[in-house]
Design a protein around this ligand. Structure first.
Ligand code: AP5
Ligand code: MG
Length: 204
């Protein structure tokens, strides 16, 4: 099977992480998520401060830090699903020099749905698995009891993240629309519905 290079774009809560996981299993790809990588290194000291200080405020982590994280992750991956990068036009340029993309998908989801998905998300700190209080809770009571909320999923930070997205990342979507690479995928409905739309676009 060819090693796909897939980019998943979309606002916070669009389902990038959820879909990336399934795509990676189906097509045997690596999940490259700058958000996950930064969360795993939240207290790393950089000349700009720690990633935590930016993430907990819903702001972007400085490009210099994120670009390094991205380069390290891509180096280890053959086929990949990239999620959470690029988030501004400078990052688009950096990515352009670093790799070639086969698919650029944009998961399109209404703003009200995003807020509901994000504020209801819960994470299993032991496995990193994402759940949702309303749409997707684990059967195992032990797992249910240890779920936590991501620091940046509180409603005021969610609103800030959506604003940062509109200002910095919507121009990225526009860029890939102009190059003709952007494939828009309806991101509403069940995760299975969305996954089927993605695989239809890949397998034809
Ligand atoms: P990051 O971790 O990338 O967060 P994000 O882009 O805000 O996206 P999310 O992870 O919140 O949403 P998602 O689309 O993955 O949705 P999910 O599948 O989980 O970034 C976090 C922070 O890191 C940034 O704010 C920034 O500070 C920093 N950062 C990261 N990358 C950076 C970069 N390149 N440059 C600078 N800074 C960077 O789904 C959400 C919820 O909805 C879940 O609970 C899920 O169960 C549920 N759900 C999913 N799909 C469905 C469905 N179809 N129906 C019902 N529920 C669903
Ligand atoms: Mg995510």
């Amino acid at each position: 099977m060819a090693d796909h290079h897939i980019l998943l774009l979309g606002p916070p809560g669009a389902g990038k992480g959820t879909q990336a996981k399934e795509l990676c299993e189906t097509y045997d790809l690596d999940h490259v998520s700058t958000g996950d990588a930064l969360r795993a290194n939240k207290d790393m000291e950089t000349e700009y401060g720690t990633p935590r200080s930016f993430m907990e405020a819903g702001e972007l982590v400085p490009d210099e830090v994120v670009n390094e994280v991205l380069a390290a992750a891509l180096e280890d991956a053959d086929g990949y699903v990239l999620d959470g990068y690029p988030r501004n036009l400078d990052q688009v340029e950096y990515l352009d020099d670093a790799t070639e993309l086969d698919y650029v998908f944009f998961l399109d989801v209404d703003r009200d749905v995003l807020v509901e998905r994000l504020t209801g998300r819960r994470v299993d700190p032991e496995t990193g698995e994402n759940y949702h209080v309303e749409f997707d809770m684990p059967e195992d009571e032990e797992v249910r009891e240890r779920l936590v909320q991501r620091d940046d999923d509180e409603e005021d930070v969610v609103r800030e993240r959506l604003e940062v997205y509109e200002e910095n990342t919507e121009p990225v979507i526009e860029h890939y629309r102009e190059t003709g690479e952007l494939v828009e995928i309806d991101g509403e409905g069940t995760p299975e519905d969305v996954f089927e739309r993605l695989t239809d676009a890949i397998d034809g």
